[in-house]
Design a protein around this ligand. Sequence first.
Ligand code: IPE
Ligand code: IPE
Ligand code: MG
Length: 248
Amino acid sequence: MDLKASIDKNNIPKHIAVIMDGNGRWAKKQGEDRIFGHHEGVNSVREIVEACGEIGVKYLTLYAFSTENWNRPKEEVDALMELLVSSISMETPNLIEKGVRLKVIGDIASLPPSCQTELQESIDRTAVNDRVTLILALSYSSKWEITDAVKKIAAMLEKGTINAKDITPRLIEENLNTKDFPDPELMIRTSGENRISNFLLWQLAYAEFYFTDVLWPDFRKNEFYKAILSYQGRERRFGKTSEQISSN
Ligand code: IPE
Ligand code: IPE
Ligand code: MG
C-alpha cells in the first residue's frame, strides 16, 4: 500500500515533535559500537526532514540531546558533540536546497563552543527559508526550560513591569524557548519506550502520542507516514464530547 498517498493532505499536523530513541540498541544488535547507531540515526533525520517538506509539515522538533544525556560516558558525549558539528556542517547545503530553516531550543550555552559556532552559522545561512522549520532540542529538558521561564517572569515582577495577575498561560508561553512555534499536534517516540523523558511537558499538553518499537535508525519515511496516518485516525476532542466534535 502506498502510505504516502493515503495521507489526508487537509489534515497534516503543522508541528511534529520526535524523541529519536534507540540508536544504541540498533548498533548493539549488529555488534557495533553505540556511536555507530548515532551516525546511522543522522540518515533517518535527513529522510524525516525531507518527508516533512514533501507532505507539508511546517515544524519538526527533534530531541537530539537532553540535559540528562550529559551523564552518559564522556566518550559518548564527545562523539555526539562531534557528530553534531560534522552533521550540521555537511547537511547545511542540503537544508538550503530543501528550503529548511534551522532553529535550536535548549541550554545552548552549555554546548562546546565549536557546536555553538557551527549551529549559529547554519541558523544564519538558513534563516530565509520557509518551507520547513527544523528545531533541534539540544541540551534541552522541559524542567530546565520552565524553570528558566519562571526566573524571567520573576525578574519582571521584581522590576515591577508586571503584577502577579498578569501571569497567564500566554505570558508563560512567551517566555519558553518555543515562543515562536505552535504547539506540536503529534509527538512520536521510537524504540518502544513509553515515556516523555523531560521533553516539551508544557507544549505537549494536548498532543497526540505515537509510540513505536521501531528503533530510530530504522525509522524512515514509511514509518513516519504510519505515524501521521495514526494521528489522522484520531478524534481530538479538547475536553468536548464526541457529539460536539462531529456536529461541527
Ligand atoms: C537516542 O538513542 C539518541 C540520544 C539520546 C542521543 P539512544 O542513545 O538513547 O539509544 P538507546 O536508547 O540506548 O538504544
Ligand atoms: C531521550 O532519550 C533523549 C533523546 C532522545 C535525546 P534517552 O534515551 O536519553 O531517554 P531515557 O533516559 O531512556 O528516558
Ligand atoms: Mg535511549
